[in-house]
Design a protein around this ligand. Structure first.
Ligand code: 5RP
Length: 235
């Protein structure tokens, strides 16, 4: 039976996608990697969305048996719209994953989480055999925290304790991420809040140090992961 609703069918990316041509090229490269039977971890954000469209086209045209494990509600709705079957981490381990990033430093360490989905993004990157991160020039930085803060997902009642501990680790500006379309802070898909933190220095142990604070669910800092960075350029 059909819901007779166009809400999912008519979903579109809500913002202008910058560097569309470059991202489209890498989206096609990602889609070309898909093999029949693959379980894919699907990242969040506009770059992942474009790659998902290219993959959905291959699934439809070549009748591939591929399943996706989405990193957010946003991308799971796009999977539904595009006819990409879903599965979960209870049933499957991803063969590989693709995602975007907000910053990449010369050691391939990342900041992610502009979309607030960093907990599940990290869980899926950790669970996947191979992870492809698609970025354009604007995301390459000499050091992390150049343009983007490190987002930290926090259990709401732990906010002030976590703030104190983050300052002790060297966070010099912290902001509670405000919601758009709702009064008050962003509430993550896990029912938590986000502190966006700027650090002058992002040392090698910072990801682990942040994670060890009681009340921190996860951060958007990725240091020392085995990632394949794919560059989307317009040329
Ligand atoms: C969402 C993310 C995104 O992958 C990151 O923000 C990149 O997004 P875009 O591809 O739209 O630039 O981490 O939590």
């Amino acid at each position: 039976m059909d819901w007779n609703s166009s809400l999912i069918k008519n979903l579109e990316w809500s913002d202008k996608i910058i560097n569309l041509a470059g991202k489209q090229k890498v989206a096609d490269e990602i889609a070309a990697k898909v093999k029949d039977g693959d379980i894919l971890g699907v990242g969040s954000g506009s770059t992942s969305y474009l790659a998902l469209i290219a993959i959905a086209n291959r699934i439809r045209e070549e009748k591939l048996n591929v399943k996706a494990i989405p990193t957010s509600l946003e991308i799971s709705m796009f999977c539904s719209k595009l006819g990409v079957p879903l599965t979960t981490l209870y049933e499957n381990k991803p063969d590989w994953l693709f995602d975007g990033a907000d910053e990449v430093d010369p050691n391939n360490s990342l900041i992610k989480g502009r979309g607030g989905a960093m907990f599940k993004e990290k869980l899926l990157i950790a669970s996947s055999e191979v992870s492809y991160i698609i970025v354009d020039d604007s995301k390459m930085v000499p050091k992390l925290c150049t343009n983007f803060p490190i987002p930290v997902e926090v259990f709401p009642q732990a906010l002030l304790y976590v703030e104190r501990e983050l300052r002790a680790l060297g966070a010099d500006s912290l902001a509670l991420r405000p919601a758009k379309g709702k009064d008050g802070p962003v509430i993550t898909e896990n029912g938590n809040i986000i502190l966006d933190c700027m650090f002058d220095e992002v040392g090698h142990s910072l990801e682990r140090d942040i994670k060890s604070i009681t009340g921190v669910i996860e951060s958007g800092l990725f240091i020392g992961y085995n990632l394949h960075i794919l560059m989307a350029s317009n040329t």
